[in-house]
Design a protein around this ligand. Structure first.
Ligand SMILES: [Zn+2]
Length: 323
């Protein structure tokens, strides 16, 4: 069997975009594609877009999808890996209430077997096996994007608790604090999540505070404050952007320190759309803020930005298709 025959697909399903890859036997990326996540049509429309996007990645690598040995999917929401279903995905159109047979649907479309896993845990596994967390056995992955997700590897194994572990974004960093998209108050995500930061920026803007954020958003023809909008505003020294990112850094540092105090991991890996974009600028500040709140000041964990970058979620998902 030639190594060409051992290619696998990976799909990272996010609230704003779908990223796909086709990787070879050594996990090298052979092809990739990206598309916007449909905001209408519910799970069937989203599944169709995922299949089309993977076909495009496979085509650029010279494959039919039926020639792949399998496809892995990293999905938000409640994933039942055995049944291949996804439910309760609040960031996806029409998916909050429904439990949808995603693996079966994609298998029908793609003509190969499909495995579904949790988006954050497949991205953490990707970093653990192939990226910045390779040297370690105990790892905390922090995925800073629309929300803030966490992945935990303990003793070399993915730790999911009863299925819902790793929700680092919902560690309480301020009792009775800001309202979080999850409905609770004072969560780390209420200060650091891209969606919560945008909501706060809109509130301040409405009250008359000045900012370049929405001008940049319109200029880029977006309808929300994407990580590239935040990046441009920060580079231009926009005061509100600096303030909101300072708040995010403070919340991330405090929340990560609390998780480290509990788990005593060897390394923290910062990923996600905002984590990758701002890792080199803000990563050292998040690390410094984390260190302030550590219990064991003499033995801080290593702190790295995710090495697989924007493709990490899809490459991690492709690992699901190995066996
Ligand atoms: Zn929350």
């Amino acid at each position: 069997v030639s190594p060409r025959a051992k290619a696998r697909g990976g799909i990272d399903l996010g609230g704003t975009k779908i990223q796909t890859v086709v990787v070879g036997a050594r996990n090298q990326v052979l092809g990739e594609a990206r598309t916007a996540t449909p905001q209408v049509g519910g799970p069937p429309a989203i599944a169709a877009a995922m299949a089309e996007c993977l076909r495009e990645a496979a085509g650029s690598a010279g494959y039919e999808t039926s020639g792949l040995i399998g496809v892995g999917v990293g999905s938000p929401g409640e994933v039942d890996a055995r049944r291949g279903t996804v439910g309760g995905a609040r960031n996806l159109n029409g998916w909050a209430e429904e439990t949808y047979p995603l693996a079966a649907e994609l298998r029908r479309e793609l003509g190969t077997r499909v495995k579904v896993g949790n988006d954050v845990s497949v991205a953490t596994t990707g970093e653990f096996e192939l990226g910045a967390a390779k040297p370690y056995k105990h790892v905390l992955g922090v995925f800073w994007g629309t929300g803030v997700g966490g992945g935990i590897v303990l003793d070399g194994k993915d730790w999911s608790g009863r299925g819902a572990a790793g929700e680092i974004g919902h560690m309480v960093v301020k009792k009775g604090g800001a309202k979080c998209p999850c409905g609770n108050r004072g969560c780390m995500e209420a200060y650091a999540g891209r969606a919560a930061m945008e909501a706060e920026a809109r509130r301040r803007h409405k009250k008359g505070h000045k900012t370049e954020l929405f001008k940049i958003m319109r200029h880029k023809e977006r309808d929300r404050l994407t990580s590239s909008v935040w990046g441009k505003a920060l580079a231009g020294g926009d005061k509100m952007t600096v303030e909101l990112l300072d708040r995010a850094v403070d919340a991330l540092g405090a929340g990560i320190a609390s998780a480290v105090n509990l788990l005593d991991v060897e390394a923290v890996i910062l990923g996600g759309g905002l984590g990758i974009r701002f890792g080199s600028d803000l990563g050292p500040r998040i690390e410094a803020r984390m260190r302030e709140s550590l219990f064991d000041h003499n033995n801080p964990p290593a702190f790295h930005v995710a090495a697989l970058g924007d493709l990490g979620g899809a490459i991690g998902a492709a690992l699901l298709a190995r066996s």
